[in-house]
Ligand binder design. Structure first.
Ligand SMILES: [Zn+2]
Length: 98
């Protein structure tokens, strides 16, 4: 006899997993990409919608006075003295070499 398989509950679980985990993970990826902080993706991956909310609230750490690193061209906070991406000095102190 060919009866219906017991795939019903499993399909529901898969759909639940996609909705509770995959969707917020993808959204967290987009948030992280926008803020240039892909580490935020892990919040969405680990905590689902809660993680996505956290990722959305976390600032990108770059204020309106951001400056561009002359070495790697990354945006860094305006008051930073050292680039967090390449560790290059941003504002050389009075150390002029003639
Ligand atoms: Zn740099």
């Amino acid at each position: 006899m060919s009866g219906a398989s017991a795939a019903g509950p499993i399909a529901v679980l898969v759909l639940l997993a996609i909705f509770l985990w995959l969707v917020p993970a993808v959204l967290a990826y987009q948030v992280g990409e926008k803020k240039r902080r892909l580490g935020l993706v892990w919040w969405g991956v680990c905590l689902g919608w809660i993680g996505l909310a956290i990722a959305a609230m976390v600032g990108d750490g770059i204020g309106p006075d951001a400056q561009r690193c002359p070495h790697c061209k990354s945006l860094v906070p305006g008051d930073a003295t050292r680039c967090r991406h390449c560790a290059g000095e941003l504002r050389s102190p009075l150390h002029g070499a003639g």
